[in-house]
Design a protein around this ligand. Structure first.
Ligand SMILES: [Zn+2]
Length: 409
């Protein structure tokens, strides 16, 4: 039993807790954001430029309503709780004179490249999506038909990354792989994330539910946060290539369904939803991309890479019908979507999703393994899937930088 004063203290602290929670929200495993950089955004963008970037690319359909107010001379941004900060718009002439400080360089800001080395001096981080290896079944990016070669996305992306690295270096790039094996970058493991995972589960849960949530926090959130820290604080590259393979629903991993569907698309950061923007960290990260004009490089870069990859693979475009993605650029292959990796990496990110791993033809090619040269695939001589993917990406990057860098004299 509570005596009355204790009870009222309890009720009061409960409501304080509730109201703090209701007004300051962060996404799982995120810290409360530091907004001090917003002070450097005055006179960085004109009103027109800001409005277009926000309403067309980052927060379509008024998704930022209640969080970002566009006034005549500036934007009011809600930082946390009921606190707002004003950022003054640049007058037309100031717009491009005061870009926000950033470590990555646009292709047009690099010097001319020697012939045959269009990527000379470009710093590229290659991110082989997922972990694979001993983590593949936990990640649910794994299936196997009978005793055939298992299909694990993390192993395939690593093989593509290892093919891609020397190709990019031959073109002059400086490259780093965010992982070279299936060892996670994060120091956490599901066990050490249990209390954080429990905080995410609102209703009563079973031990099995908690285990799955802790695993998800480990491989999907903590691991990507660790990679982002490496990208933003240590490597500071000009761009990141995130390598993935797609899949359609396959059902049971030991009795997977094969599908005739096969496709390709790429994703740039953008298209935030109203629920996502309720989190202070997500809102801050979106605005950092917006004021940093990341999309001005990531859109043409990603479009060039994905179009070239489409030529190399012959894959048709994937079409989104959900509101969390929106078509950008001129071709059919590129979409904006807010993913953890393309949001947290504070650089232009090319996020690729070619091949449906459980489409019949792709599965049969995966069974052939990685090989040199060409082999007959359904009557056509083809490179291994790993080499075809890597070559398409390397050629796409070469094409973009040849076009976007200044011409050599
Ligand atoms: Zn993936």
């Amino acid at each position: 039993m509570f005596d009355t004063p204790t009870l009222s203290r309890f009720v009061l602290s409960f409501f304080l807790l509730l109201s703090a929670d209701a007004f300051s929200k962060t996404s799982p495993l995120a810290q409360a954001p530091d907004w001090s950089w917003l002070g450097r955004c005055n006179n960085v963008m004109t009103r027109e430029e800001f409005q277009k970037a926000l309403q067309v690319h980052y927060a379509r359909n008024d998704a930022a309503k209640g969080w970002v107010d566009i006034g005549e001379s500036g934007a009011r941004i809600r930082t946390e709780g009921e606190q707002w900060q004003e950022v003054v718009f640049a007058k037309e002439s100031e717009s491009l004179a005061a870009p926000l400080e950033r470590f990555w360089r646009k292709a047009s800001e690099l010097g001319a490249a020697p012939t045959g080395k269009p990527l000379q001096g470009v710093r590229i981080a290659i991110d082989p999506g997922h972990l694979g290896g001993e983590w593949a079944t936990m990640e649910e990016r794994f299936f196997q038909i009978g005793k055939t070669r298992p299909v694990a996305e993390g192993d395939l992306t690593l093989a593509v990354a290892k093919r891609l690295k020397p190709m990019l270096e031959k073109l002059g790039a400086q490259t780093v792989l965010l992982r070279k094996s299936d060892s996670p970058l994060t120091q956490h493991r599901p066990k050490s994330l249990e209390s954080a995972a429990a905080g995410e589960l609102t209703s009563a849960y079973t031990a099995d539910r908690l285990r799955r949530q802790s695993e998800l926090f480990f491989y999907r959130i903590s691991e990507i946060r660790a990679r982002a820290q490496m990208v933003n604080e240590r490597l500071k590259p000009d761009l990141v290539i995130c390598l993935h393979l797609n899949a359609e629903e396959w059902g049971e991993p030991d009795n997977p369904k094969l599908t005739p569907r096969n496709h390709l698309h790429a994703l740039v950061n953008g298209c935030y939803g109203p629920r996502e923007l309720e989190s202070d960290d997500i809102r801050a990260e979106m605005l950092a991309h917006l004021f940093g004009r990341t999309e001005q490089e990531s859109v043409p870069l990603s479009e060039c890479v994905v179009e070239t990859l489409a030529e190399a693979t012959g894959l048709p475009p994937y079409t989104y019908f959900s509101p969390n993605a929106s078509r950008v650029g001129d071709g059919p292959y590129l979409y904006s979507r807010n993913l953890l990796a393309n949001r947290l990496y504070r650089v232009p990110v090319v996020f690729l999703e070619p091949y449906v791993m459980n489409s019949g033809p792709v599965w049969r090619r995966i069974q052939m393994g990685d090989y040199a040269g060409e082999k007959m695939v359904e009557g056509v001589a083809r490179k291994s899937i790993q080499t075809e993917y890597a070559l398409g990406v390397a050629e796409g990057l070469a094409r973009y930088f040849r076009k976007a860098r200044p011409l050599s004299k």
